[in-house]
Design a protein around this ligand. Structure first.
Ligand code: TZP
Ligand code: MG
Length: 215
């Protein structure tokens, strides 16, 4: 699990103003991402349009053995035969989602505190997402940044829990998040809005590898 979290791309069509999500995912996989989450928030898309895009992205991940995680929606995850589901604190309760998706699919839960992280594990989570680390414009209802310190606190109390940091993470900031105790970083705009998703992904991989070596 921890290796799969190393560089986790999160994306929906709302995140891709310059380039097609399919091309971005292909470039990011070539650059070295280790996990992908389909997070479609564009309200203008119909159900069938979301499924069509999801199927394309899902197939690309399958072809490259990259875990494909669906955001929020268990129904969509099951339709797309996703490898897992990621939910927030205000979505369906994690233990209910675990029951729906069975024991084999991955379950990710967003958590900000050691108590939320502990509960997520008890409810059947395989990993937690902690953020926003820094200011982000990719999540409309994002709370104030909680910073890498939040990861330090969770890591102190739960030494083995798989953690991915998220929110405002750039290549320059990835190291701080890993040093704080995260197993990886989750990224939207730094990759999806880059003029070269491939190059920026390679840079992330380099920074993450350097910081992990120092740990
Ligand atoms: N959850 C917390 S912050 C965030 C999500 C989905 C958005 C991260 O996007 P970016 O562009 O990497 O800041
Ligand atoms: Mg959610």
């Amino acid at each position: 699990m921890k290796n799969s979290l190393s560089l986790y791309l999160v994306m929906g069509s709302q995140d891709c103003p310059h380039q097609n999500p399919v091309e971005i995912l292909e470039e990011a996989i070539a650059g070295g991402i280790t996990c992908f989450q389909f997070r479609e928030k564009l309200s203008g898309k119909t159900g069938i349009e979301i499924i069509r895009l999801g199927r394309q992205l899902r197939q690309i991940c399958a072809d490259h053995q990259i875990p494909f995680i669906a955001n929020d929606r268990v129904d969509l995850g099951l339709i797309l035969e996703a490898d897992g589901i990621h939910i927030g604190q205000d979505d369906l309760p994690a233990y209910e989602v675990r029951k729906l998706i069975g024991p084999r699919r991955l379950l990710g839960v967003s958590a900000k505190t050691p108590a939320e992280a502990h509960k997520a594990l008890q409810d059947g989570a395989n990993y937690i997402g902690v953020g926003p680390m820094f200011t982000t414009s990719s999540k409309l209802d994002a709370s104030a940044p909680i910073g890498p310190k939040a990861i330090e606190h969770i890591r102190q109390e739960l030494p083995d829990i798989p953690i991915v940091g998220i929110g405002g993470i750039t290549t320059e900031r990835a190291g701080q998040v890993i040093s704080a105790g995260a197993d990886g970083v989750a990224v939207i705009s730094a990759i999806t809005k880059s003029s070269s998703p491939y190059e920026v992904t390679k840079n992330f991989c380099r920074q993450i590898a350097i910081t992990k070596k120092e740990k």
